[in-house]
Write a protein that binds this ligand. Structure first.
Ligand code: ZN
Length: 459
């Protein structure tokens, strides 16, 4: 039984948004968060955590259920627990407090002013990730106001430093220091979104797994010499040869549980000649995979591990043979491909013992989350009720989120937001970041209903 029907005041938008008072609360928290400068290098997340804590306390949450703290005094996280009956294990609702840096001179508006213009909310973090952070807090306050009694604890964690991979990552810190505060059966996070094209809603995407990153250094060292006496054994030529071979290489095309389900869904959505190929990809056809990969860089990246040269260095003088030539090769790796596999594949491809290939840093593969039928079913039902006919599509994303830490720690994590945006105009990390006003409130309603569906007593 689906019991909550909400009528918004805007004509024609019945049942898609929360009542005005709840919309206003979400709006005010959102504005407050966006106007706090929490850039991950120059800003602080502590004021975001404190602002959220103040809102929760004002709404009657006891101090004992609210935690503010973290790896560094400027990089605090907020964790709040809303108690349920304990019949089931808690769910964790995650969002990050920090944002990518934004410079006033790059933007049309002040990135740290929350501005409503032409049907959009502008400001750094309006999309990534302060909309979801604000909605989690506003909705939790509303559950308490209406006396909602979930059958499991609902935990909200707003965490530091998701962007940029710095040393103060809040999820990592919480897992290492206070795992019990955020331990959950599964988590909901950023990473999923609503795809819109030409003003039409295409799909509500749920992120179930993500690729992980390995950076390699290709390095050639040579004794060098005077450039007037060149020899064949040249560091730059060795490196250039290696990169030339890389440029023509593609890792094997394949699907996994998540991407096969994705292509199956896309076969039902897309029209035109590619439709049939998408269905065949889901069925495992290599020929179809080749055609689909060639049709779209995004589909190519979904079907294989990719590696690409991103930086170069080498030589030390106009008139000297190079003693060093090096490149950074950035790989986006399918969850099922190991670091060792990628490295040995590159070594075989390059086939030149002058080119040393080393792994930079400590790549951390994140397993995929299982495709939980109960969760996907709940998302499908709520999606279909709010946006009839819009399919729910499981996806693997190319970027990385904090969901990786949780998945590695054994907490399956799903990216789901229900904020719809134009798929050809994604401004995360870029200038004039924005989110549609209507998208924000519809997402608020979607997440309100979804969390309720996932935590209300089953009888
Ligand atoms: Zn983000």
């Amino acid at each position: 039984m689906l019991c909550v029907l909400v009528f918004s005041t805007a004509a024609g938008r019945a049942q898609t948004m929360r009542p005005d008072a709840e919309k206003k609360l979400a709006h005010d928290i959102y504005k407050e968060f966006v106007e706090i400068q929490s850039g991950y290098t120059t800003g602080a997340t502590t004021p975001v955590a404190e602002a959220a804590a103040a809102r929760l306390k004002a709404a009657g949450f006891p101090d004992s259920d609210i935690f503010v703290g973290g790896a560094n005094p400027r990089k605090a996280n907020l964790v709040v627990r809303y108690h349920g009956t304990g019949a089931r294990k808690p769910i964790l609702l995650l969002a990050h407090e920090d944002v990518v840096e934004a410079k006033r001179e790059d933007w049309s508006t002040d990135p740290f002013q929350f501005i409503e213009k032409d049907g959009f909310y502008y400001g750094r973090g309006t999309g990534d990730d302060k909309a979801q952070a604000a909605v989690w807090i506003a909705n939790l306050i509303q559950y308490r106001r209406e006396g909602f009694r979930p059958d499991r604890d609902i935990i909200v964690a707003l965490t530091a430093d998701e962007e940029g991979g710095g040393p103060f990552n809040g999820v990592d810190w919480l897992l290492k220091n206070h795992r019990d505060w955020i331990d959950a059966e599964f988590a909901l996070n950023e990473g999923g979104w609503g795809e819109e094209a030409g003003g039409k809603k295409i799909s509500n995407d749920v992120q179930v797994s993500e690729k992980y990153v390995i950076n390699f250094r290709f390095e050639v060292r040579n004794k060098g010499g005077h450039s007037s006496l060149p020899v064949a054994d040249n560091a730059i030529y060795h490196l250039a040869g290696a990169l030339e071979r890389l440029s023509h290489f593609g890792f094997p095309l394949k699907t996994n549980e998540v991407t096969a389900a994705y292509f199956q869904k896309m076969a039902g959505i897309e029209t035109g000649p590619v439709k049939e190929d998408l269905a065949e990809v889901a069925g495992g056809s290599q020929d179809a995979m080749r055609r689909v990969a060639a049709a779209s860089p995004a589909w190519n990246a979904t079907l294989r591990t990719t590696c690409v040269a991103t930086m170069l260095e080498g030589g030390h003088a106009l008139n000297a043979l190079p003693q060093l030539a090096a490149a950074t090769v950035n790989c986006r790796v399918l969850p099922e491909d190991s670091t060792e596999y990628v490295k040995s594949t590159l070594e075989r491809l390059v086939a030149d013992d002058q080119v040393a290939i080393t792994v930079m840093g400590n790549p951390a593969p994140g397993p995929a989350s299982p495709m939980r039928p109960d969760l996907l079913q709940a998302i499908r039902r709520v999606t279909d009720r709010i946006w009839p006919g819009v399919p729910t599509v499981p996806i693997m994303v190319m970027g990385a989120t904090d969901g990786r830490y949780l998945r590695m720690a054994g907490i399956p994590t799903y990216g789901v937001q229900g904020f719809f945006m134009d798929r050809d105009d994604i401004r995360f990390h870029g200038r004039d970041e924005r989110l549609g006003v209507q998208s924000f409130y519809e997402g608020q309603n979607f997440l309100f209903e979804l969390v309720k569906t996932l935590s209300k007593p089953v009888n």
